[in-house]
Ligand binder design. Structure first.
Ligand code: NDP
Length: 501
């Protein structure tokens, strides 16, 4: 994408957004909110209002749940053959690919992250996710099991997999399109019907995904979208017509969802916060590690659940590594993501800027040394920009080491004793991911085994693929997205006993 193309495309998209109200998708139709109210979505790089979005709430959620329940038993969906369901998902992937540049620029406008990254990560990830899950309907079945009844009866026992039902999918603003895809694709592959609730800050690409789903042949009512605020998410969670909730977001809201979902004991899966350690051994390739560690914390302005925000570097390599990470941070070009050479955009909102700034104040007050960044870049007066920030001399008890900041802030600690290192790395309420940097194969595997985290990367970081399960230990969540595990999240197992005696 050239500069002119992205900026021109953005102007075209903005004009289209102004011309067309952004409605809810219920039962295959685009409708206003029952209240008639709307809210604004803005460009975090400029503060410009991009569009007015239908403000869905409890009454709209109720309509969407009714539509999703009706579609669940509609033969157009419930009797669709596995191969046809697969075909619909492949068609949706093709349509996302067709509209890739528009989606990439739209996501850049709504979320702020650079268009080069929205294209390479959000849009490409979405295409891959739909193509991967399109393979499952024709392969996801039960088993025949060798049971041994005490009576000696001759029994045929087999299992089947059935869609769990209506799924409420609540997603955050940090990866709006791909987080939607991570949930919509396996839910549809398993035969569920869904109600997607995008984050209030980033509804635009989710709405385009809904349009493309209809074009791909997803029957009316199978894929519904309610834009709105936390109360719309809460209404989904509480609704007795919803059989499953899948959520990505903060641990605090995850806990509220667990409490609120108990009315009908709906199934719940949660992908929550993280405070991922990056562990560097004395023999690590420091140049490679530094580039990846910088990327692991500064990518997406640090607004990533897996952000490698705690660095544990062996004291013999600390100066060298920290210099290289600071160098990588200094080379990041910060600015409006429509510019092709920009690597680092704004934070999502003023609220998030204030949160990150507060943690920088806390880190300094607690005695860590601010080695880089820590403020708004001097040349960017508008938008929610915050510099890549590095604290050194951090200590395990500090809040910047213990709490999820969700911004571009690295806290660096040094180590010398391997047992203490593992204990410190595991001293967290979270357990989403970890990075290990070493060429010592035994140290790599021993540490990978000892770390309490759902994903461990060795000599790499943030590698994610729809084939490999993703999720967290401890307060980082419940369940695993991606792979066969995701199909299991959206289905029930039935055991059938047939007496053949
Ligand atoms: P939230 O967890 O509040 O939001 C995530 C999604 O849940 C949004 O769609 C939100 O709607 C919805 N929601 C909010 N309240 C409820 C509720 N009671 N029941 C059901 N759904 C609800 O994250 P925030 O956007 O407020 O971000 C705050 C912090 O959360 C960040 O600073 C970061 O630390 C963490 N976070 C972690 C993420 C991760 O991937 N692990 C992703 C995003 C945030 P709405 O947007 O309208 O409020």
């Amino acid at each position: 994408m050239t500069t002119t193309t992205s900026i021109e495309r953005a102007e075209h998209l903005k004009a289209a957004l102004k011309a067309q109200p952004q409605r809810l998708l219920i039962g295959g139709a685009w409708v206003e909110a029952v209240s008639g109210r709307t809210f604004e979505t803005i460009n975090p790089a400029t503060g410009e209002v991009l569009a007015h979005i239908a403000h869905g709430a409890t009454a709209d959620v109720d309509l969407a749940v009714r539509a999703a329940r009706k579609a669940l038993s509609d033969p157009a969906w419930s009797r669709m053959s596995a191969v046809d369901r697969s075909r619909v998902l492949l068609r949706l992937a093709d349509l996302v690919e067709r509209d890739a540049e528009n989606l990439a620029v739209l996501e850049c406008l709504d979320n702020g992250k650079p268009a080069t990254l929205t294209r390479a990560v959000e849009v490409e990830g979405t295409i891959r996710t739909f193509r991967y899950f399109a393979g499952w309907p024709t392969k996801f079945g039960g088993e025949t099991l060798p049971v041994s009844p005490r009576s000696g009866a001759q029994i045929l026992n087999y299992t089947t997999r059935e869609p769990v039902g209506v799924a409420g999918l609540i997603v955050p603003w940090n990866y709006p399109l791909s987080m939607a895809a991570w949930k919509v694709a396996p839910a549809l592959a398993a035969g569920c019907t869904v109600i997607l609730k995008p984050a209030e800050q980033t509804p635009l690409t989710a709405l385009r995904l809904g349009e493309l789903a209809l074009e791909a042949g997803v029957p009316p009512g199978v894929f519904n979208i309610i834009t709105g605020f936390g109360d719309a998410g809460a209404a989904l969670v509480e609704h007795d017509g919803v059989d499953k909730v899948a959520f990505t977001g903060s641990t605090a809201v995850g806990k509220a969802i667990v409490r609120a979902s108990s009315g009908n004991l709906k199934k719940v899966s949660l992908e929550l916060g993280g405070k991922s350690p990056q562990i560097v051994f004395p023999d690590a390739d420091v140049k490679v590690a530094a580039a990846s560690i910088a990327q692991g914390i500064f990518f997406n302005q640090g607004q990533t659940c897996t952000a490698g925000s705690r660095l544990y570097v062996h004291k013999s390599r600390a100066d060298e590594l920290l210099d290289a990470i600071a160098g990588a941070a200094a080379r990041l070009k910060i600015g409006d993501g429509l510019q092709p050479d920009v690597d680092f955009g704004p934070l999502i909102s003023q609220e998030q800027w204030d949160r990150v700034n507060h943690y920088v104040e806390v880190g300094s007050a607690e005695g860590a040394t601010l080695a880089a960044g820590g403020q708004r870049p001097a040349n960017l007066a508008n938008g929610f920009f915050f510099e890549p920030t590095i604290f050194v001399n951090a200590a395990p008890t500090m809040r910047i080491v213990r709490e999820e900041i969700f911004g571009p802030v690295l806290a660096a600690l040094t180590w010398s004793d391997q047992d203490e290192l593992v204990a410190q790395a595991n001293d967290s309420e979270y357990g989403l991911s970890a990075g290990i940097w070493t060429n010592d194969i035994k140290a790599a595997h021993r540490t990978a085994a000892a770390i309490k985290a759902g994903t461990v990367w060795v000599n790499c970081f943030n590698m994610i693929d729809p084939a490999s399960p993703f999720g967290g230990f401890r307060q980082s969540g419940w369940g695993r997205e991606h792979g066969r595990q995701a199909m299991e999240l959206y289905s029930e197992t039935k055991s059938v006993w047939v007496n053949l005696s």
